[in-house]
Design a protein. Structure first.
Length: 215
């Protein structure tokens, strides 16, 4: 109960977010980072096309690395729950935009904000199995967004040589300093209305990029 009270305190959440951002800065400055992108994705971003980046929730720590690939202000969907507020502070400090919402709170408003961003050719980022899982099970929201906006999904995965696995529902990856990081961005995935089994298609694409990143 006391933990919940502390996390609900805006000042403490902001402080925790700043600490998280500082740790990310330490990790990224001391690690060797390689970003690998499919040529079609590279071309799409170079031409300022709208794109939906998709990470598994366990790789959420690495979302800010997108700034090294796509210099635009990426809009990141983050849960409006307590833990999400800490992450939101860190995301903003790293130069990204936060769209708050989840399937249980503020979902419709968040969806509209993401649609607006894509219409203005602003990239967005979603963890399709978040905020509470099950892990590596794609929810329908990202599929609807891709189909209704007409924008492609780019599956993103990360491999890290030195990391800890947290005891969370998704076994979140916390990288350690002095690591070797590889971010792998896949081929743009265009989903049309009526396409069969789009959720499993995206899940398999994410698993495929994870294998490539680990090679």
């Amino acid at each position: 109960m006391r933990k919940r009270t502390l996390l609900n305190n805006r000042l403490l959440s902001s402080l925790a977010g700043a600490v998280l951002n500082g740790y990310a800065e330490l990790v990224f400055r001391t690690s060797r980072i390689r970003i690998q992108a499919h040529p079609d994705t590279f071309q799409l971003v170079r031409e300022q096309g709208a794109v939906i980046y998709a990470f598994w929730h366990r790789h959420a720590f690495f979302i800010s690395l997108l700034r090294r690939f796509d210099r635009r202000r990426v809009a990141v969907l983050i849960s409006s729950h307590r833990d999400g507020q800490i992450v939101a502070v860190a995301v903003r400090l790293r130069g990204m935009e936060v769209v708050e919402g989840s399937s249980t709170r503020g979902g419709l408003q968040a969806y509209r904000s993401l649609r607006r961003a894509l219409q203005q050719c602003q990239p967005v980022c979603i963890t399709p199995d978040g905020p509470k899982g099950p892990a590596e099970v794609v929810k329908i929201g990202v599929i609807n967004l891709a189909q209704q906006s007409g924008c492609p999904i780019v599956a993103v995965s990360v491999s890290c040589s030195r990391s800890l696995r947290l005891r969370s529902w998704d076994q979140s990856v916390l990288p350690l300093p002095l690591s070797r990081l590889v971010m792998q961005l896949g081929e743009p995935l265009w989903l049309h209305n009526g396409s069969p089994d789009c959720q499993e298609l995206l899940a398999e694409r994410l698993r495929q990029e994870a294998r490539l990143a680990a090679e």
